[in-house]
Design a protein around this ligand. Structure first.
Ligand code: NDP
Length: 258
């Protein structure tokens, strides 16, 4: 039964895995016996710290970093660099998790164009282009892979002062649904995880009063944390979700149904 959740022999490429939700996902993957993890990173310190945490969970896992700042260079150069380096290090990719993301909360009326473009680039353009590379790699090599995106409650709801972010997260949800249909017969599955309110660097900017107030709105009565993403990531990456594709799994302590 538990073999269903095993990632033995698998290689995963995870963006934004050195912090927050991505770090939680990485903890889940290595705990499920993943063979090789490729993490994108922006600076050495957090990468090394992440490797230390993950090696404590599974000393046998191979972990490599691929430097990638999504705001540097052209989108095509960046995607090519991540993809090429990942393949050089691991030889194959069975699991791709597009998790890196940013948000600038601004009123649309005066939303600076450069910041709007950055949100599009990091949350939508690069994940889509990287997915095209990786899904072709899976298809060409007969890999029955799993591709996972990180969406948001903004995949379903507008939020406030989050116009750029909502475009990207709404887009990712429908992109997941659409692309999944093109690869279902090949055994390549494409799914999305939509987190609710999760304590990470991204949500540190919230006013403490607003943050505390949200607890009353969350049926489980608490904010989520990185550990809440271990199970969902393993589930969607593994054979346990073998008949699930095009789906968005909401991980929000009940917010959406309240
Ligand atoms: P964090 O800020 O903790 O993590 C974001 C990750 O993205 C980090 O690993 C970060 O890298 C990486 N990243 C940010 N900018 C860049 C860039 N320019 N180039 C490469 N990588 C970059 O936030 P979360 O863990 O909360 O966010 C993870 C995902 O979850 C995002 O897609 C976010 O939109 C989504 N999400 C978060 C929610 C929440 O409540 N926290 C709710 C809904 C969705 P580094 O480690 O170097 O900082």
């Amino acid at each position: 039964m538990f073999d269903l959740f095993s990632l033995k022999g698998k290689t995963a490429l995870l963006t934004g895995g050195t912090n927050g939700i991505g770090l939680g996902m990485a903890q889940g993957l290595v705990g499920a016996d993943l063979d090789h993890l490729i993490l994108t990173y922006r600076s050495e310190g957090p990468l090394q710290k992440t490797i230390d945490i993950l090696k404590q969970i599974n000393p046998n896992v191979k972990i490599d970093g691929v430097y990638a700042d999504f705001l540097k260079g052209t989108e095509e150069e960046l995607v090519e660099s991540i993809y090429t380096q990942a393949l050089e290090k691991a030889g194959k990719i069975d699991i791709l998790i597009n998790n890196a993301g940013i948000n600038y909360r601004r009123a649309f009326k005066t939303y600076p164009q450069n910041e709007f473009d950055e949100v599009m680039r990091v949350n939508l353009n690069i994940p889509v282009k990287l997915t095209q590379k990786v899904v072709n790699h899976m298809d060409d090599n007969g890999i029955k892979g799993s591709i996972i995106f990180t969406g948001s409650l903004c995949s379903f709801q507008g939020g406030i002062d989050s116009s750029a972010y909502a475009i990207t997260k709404g887009g990712i949800k429908l992109f997941t649904a659409s692309v999944s249909n093109e690869f279902s017969k090949k055994g390549i599955r494409v799914n999305c995880i939509a987190p609710g309110y999760i304590s990470t660097n991204m949500t540190e900017v919230f006013d403490p009063e607003f943050s505390d107030g949200l607890i009353n709105r969350i049926p489980m009565g608490r904010w989520g944390n990185e550990k809440d993403f271990q199970g969902p990531a393993v589930f969607l990456a593994s054979d346990a979700s073998g008949y699930i594709t095009g789906e968005t799994l909401v991980v929000d302590g009940g917010w959406m149904n309240f």
